[in-house]
Design a protein around this ligand. Structure first.
Ligand SMILES: [Zn+2]
Length: 326
């Protein structure tokens, strides 16, 4: 089997440009999944094939059944809320009456709402494909929502002092173009806050194609953090810090990835936690009970993995913060 996977005659849309600069040499990965993946031969960042979506919007159930949250289990909601507050507090430090904030992939707009509560005078915008979630975000007072993809959104000459991409970067095709647009629209001294699944994590090494955060239906690329950092620096950003401790994402990541090794379908419990109605069906209820019990056994190893990953800077998901040089 040839290692060469991307045809020289591929259309522009199918072309992959890795952030390390390689656009030619890729090796096959995970060919048994419904989506194929290739690995950059230079830096081992991972790309899904096809490297784009054919969708106008995310399906209504993508953001969960609830009006406000992706999951229905209250401890998960509280933990997500806690994480969101921390990010809002950080981003709001860069917002004032003369500046503006932008959340790319804003979903229901909950992060933006938190920022606007902390800094009511800051001009606040979000970008989200036209969906139920985007319509909910548009209803929040004082928030402008662009209803299209990041590359398509017409931001004219606007410069933002705080830009966030909370688990949206990996959903947007052509990461190189994304970084160029980020650079164009970040004000000098402004910050870009990117949360991504970490290709260099212990969890990726452990679980590979079973990894929860691989989410092959929706995640298009997994750029190594060191490569993202170098590419951002080339666009005039300074790397401020990376945060590896994310128990809300990473502990379920360990537990549900372990489930994926044993279950026929991927992410069974994850989907039940998004849609309470599945409990009314016998297979949904049985999955919830059995995988719930299995999760209880996996909880301690998951915590140990999270602590080790934080200590060794190999978190399953990481937040990377960059500041545009003045
Ligand atoms: Zn690469």
């Amino acid at each position: 089997m040839s290692d060469q996977f991307i045809s020289e005659n591929a259309s522009e849309k199918d072309q992959i440009l890795c952030l390390c600069g390689n656009s030619e040499a890729f090796a096959k990965k995970f060919t048994s999944l419904s989506y194929r993946f290739v690995s950059c031969k230079t830096c081992e960042s991972l790309f899904r094939i096809p490297p784009y979506f054919e969708i106008e919007a995310y399906p209504d159930d993508y953001y969960g059944e609830s009006e406000t949250e992706k999951f229905w289990l209250s401890p998960i909601i509280s933990l997500l809320e806690y994480e969101r507050k921390g990010r809002a507090r950080f981003l709001s430090k860069f917002c004032n009456s003369e500046s503006s904030a932008l959340d790319i992939g804003c979903g229901n707009g909950k992060l933006l709402k938190k920022i606007s509560e902390l800094k009511p005078n800051c001009k606040i915008s979000g970008i989200e494909l036209d969906s139920k979630a985007a319509r909910r975000a548009s209803k929040i007072d004082g928030i402008r929502v662009f209803n299209n993809g990041f590359h398509e959104a017409n931001l004219s000459d606007e410069k933002y002092s705080a830009i966030s991409m909370i688990h949206s970067f990996e959903h947007i095709p052509n990461p190189d173009k994304t970084i160029q647009k980020l650079a164009k629209h970040t004000a000098n001294g402004g910050v870009v806050y990117i949360a991504i699944p970490n290709r260099s994590s212990f969890q990726y090494k452990l679980f590979r194609k079973h990894w929860l955060h691989l989410d092959p239906e929706w995640h298009l690329h997994f750029i190594r953090p060191s490569v993202l950092k170098s590419r951002m620096e080339k666009e005039g950003f300074e790397f401020i810090k990376a945060k590896h401790f994310h128990p809300v994402q990473n502990i379920p990541g360990f537990i549900l990835s372990t489930h994926n090794i044993f279950t026929k379908k991927r992410d069974v419990l994850f989907n039940v936690l998004k849609d309470k109605k599945m409990l009314k069906k016998i297979d949904g209820l049985l999955s919830f009970i059995f995988l719930g019990l299995f999760s209880a056994i996996l909880f301690v190893p998951a915590i140990i993995e999270e602590i080790m990953a934080t200590l060794f800077r190999r978190g399953a998901t990481i937040d990377m913060i960059f500041q545009k040089k003045v």
